[in-house]
Design a protein. Sequence first.
Length: 371
Amino acid sequence: MQPTIKPKNPNFSSGPCAKRPGYDVSKLQLDVLGRSHRSALGKKALGLACSETARILGLPDGYRVAVVPGSDTGAIEMAMWSMLGARGVDVLEWESFSAGWTTDIVKQLKLPNTNVITADYGDLTDMGKVNFDNDVVFVWNGTTSGVKVPNGDWIPADRAGLTLCDATSAVFAMDMPWEKLDVITYSWQKVLGGEGAHGMLILSPRAAERIEAYNPPWPMPKVFRMKSGGKLTEGLFKGETINTPSMLCVSDYLDALQWAESVGGVKGLISRSTANLAVIEDFVAANDWISFLAKDKATRSNTSVCMTLTATEEQVKKMVKLLDTEGVAYDIGAYKDAPAGLRIWCGATVEASDLKALMPWLTWAYQQVTA
């Protein structure tokens, strides 16, 4: 029978993600609207976006945080184009976005000493093959595969190269070993449900040293430039952005950070996300027609939860559309390059009660399209 109880919030997209519980746009700090981002008020808000991020995440001393253009994509490309080429590169590829960074490195930057380590959707690359004399580029959480790096034990503290980590669907939702990461990037629209177009770039002291010491041989677009006169542009890490940001989006992000602290900071956010994953784990365990795309439970993402179904690609599409039409779940189809299936966001802004309400609808929709 068709269920009668629907999720109160049917937004399960993997980006932009659901807004935080209780969100009200009219309650944002709106005095920055219509003001220059270079005004004292604008700089204060942007500076807080950097300093509050560092404080709530518990970043080590000396780590710098900047708001940059182009979402997470802009942040990771900014880092790669500014730092890679000084030594060899190992790039780890196991889903769509990591494949994109491989394209940047191999086809755009055309770096000669590159080692591409690959794995299929559902698997994680063999970390034992990584050469840490090289710079290493990887995603922490495969947003399009639901496969995450379980920990940082594979990264040595005495590495010669830099580690560049695209962590857009992991920061604020997973335990990150900051001391093992030299470049960390993410975007507001993922774990905290912020708005799009802005990226966050975090640099370790080693990464900052690389920027000052190394001059890439290719032309550097203005939006990628992080130094002047051979020195790191320190203002960038105090809210003096390269281009004009949306101050409304900045206020939205500051609101999300305040909410994050109110639920227990990073530990509280991880707890909420883990509880959300548990709802789906119980459902998958009870139904033999649905499985996690991640083959190893240890690598199973607690944010971008990806599943495969015992159904044809066309049946999966019909199921996704049916749930959308019923107003039960929006945007839960698998990423376009991934195997056909479902992708349900389980980050902290999603309520476990909404996921519990959604599960019977999955069974109903599956039965409708496979009958």
